[in-house]
Design a binder for this molecule. Structure first.
Ligand code: FDP
Length: 346
């Protein structure tokens, strides 16, 4: 169950709040909060600053290019992918608040090393999403998802601590390394965005209680795959492009190719991002646990929707850590339209 908090978002005059203060305020008004989630989120924030600094310097520091290895998904590992992955693993596995980690880059769950305490949370992350954009200075990001453990407190974490459905996330968020670095997160009390001031080395509240417009005017999909799509997906995209000014069509098209960047735009401006299933990727390309579920929690918390095209992403019960899923996410009305074409919305 999504955790209920009585906390309400701060007023506009609190826009200069640091992320630390914002998280702490959330903790103070959550009955029964122990401070562990606060501390875990602070560790994630620290990792994102370290990764942001390395991303910004990558061209100079010789950190662009491949490591020569392939990951569990069969993709070539970039040096920055590896750096981001190691930063998150080192920090979170020894930080005292996690019992188990899951990384998009690692085949197996990552346990807490012996000698370190086993904490209350299980965290999943995609350390550097949008890898194909690393070398060309296009926005990339880190995505994270936090669950409360279901195995016995204090003992070693188990796979089931990670393999929980989207509605059981207690926090989710992403960091976008773009023209500025932003961290956007939710703990079930709205979606809030913070911008990194690199001179101070601190994230400050810049986007308060973000809400996705009910309907947008942008669609975002890799149309290079259209020959492989099922007919309903093609019909939907054709409909979005058709000339019907009275219904505010055609939509504009934008596609960065980094989920974090495409979703960030969708969150702020509305519209829909999709990565449909096709006859090459029968279950879609994106990963449920590292990408679709956290993005779905953010979308719903911002008043939007996230669907496989036939059912809500948040309702899916995961079968394995690396499972893929089709994704339609963004403005509620735009996602409903997609579902209408895919046959679920009459
Ligand atoms: P990438 O392969 O570059 O890491 O899931 C990964 C992802 O990027 C998403 O960030 C992005 O939305 C999508 O794949 C892009 O896939 P295509 O190149 O097939 O469009």
């Amino acid at each position: 169950m999504t955790r209920v908090s009585t906390w309400t978002p701060p007023e506009a005059e609190e826009r200069g709040w640091t992320i630390e203060r914002h998280i702490l305020e959330g903790q103070r008004s959550s009955p029964g909060a122990t401070g562990e989630l606060t501390s875990l989120l602070q560790q994630i924030t620290l990792c994102s600053k370290i990764i942001a600094s390395r991303v910004n310097m990558a061209g100079l520091a010789g950190d662009l290019g491949l490591t020569g290895q392939t990951n569990v998904q069969g993709e070539e590992v970039q040096k920055l992918d590896d750096f981001a992955n190691q930063t998150l693993i080192r920090t979170l596995s020894r930080g005292g608040h996690c019992c188990m980690l899951g990384s998009e880059e690692e085949e197996d769950p990552i346990p807490v090393p012996s000698g370190y305490p086993s904490g209350k949370y299980a965290v999943l992350f995609d350390p550097l999403d949008g890898s194909s954009n690393i070398d060309v200075n296009v926005s990339i990001g880190t995505i994270f998802s936090v669950h409360e453990r279901v195995s016995e407190a204090g003992g070693a974490g188990e796979l089931r601590d990670l393999l929980q459905g989207g509605t059981r996330q207690v926090a989710a968020g992403y960091v976008i390394y773009g023209s500025s670095t932003m961290l956007v997160y939710t703990t079930g009390a709205g979606v809030h965005g913070f911008s990194l001031d690199p001179a101070v080395g601190e994230f400050f509240l810049s986007h308060l209680d973000i809400k996705i417009p009910e309907r947008g005017k942008i669609y975002s999909v890799n149309e290079g795959n259209s020959a492989r799509w099922e007919q309903p997906v093609r019909s939907w995209v054709q409909w979005l492009k058709s000339d019907a000014p009275e219904q505010k069509r055609p939509y504009s098209h934008r596609y960065v190719g980094s989920l974090v960047a495409d979703f960030h735009r969708t969150l702020l401006k509305g519209g829909v991002f999709a990565y449909p299933a096709d006859n090459k990727n029968r279950r879609g390309k994106l990963r449920l646990m590292y990408e679709a579920a956290p993005i779905a929690m953010l979308a719903e918390q911002a008043g939007g929707a996230a669907s496989t095209g036939v059912e809500p992403i948040m309702g899916l019960e995961p079968e394995n850590l690396h499972q893929r899923v089709p994704l339609y996410v963004g403005s509620k009305q735009d996602v409903r339209d997609a579902e209408g074409f895919l046959g679920t919305n009459d």
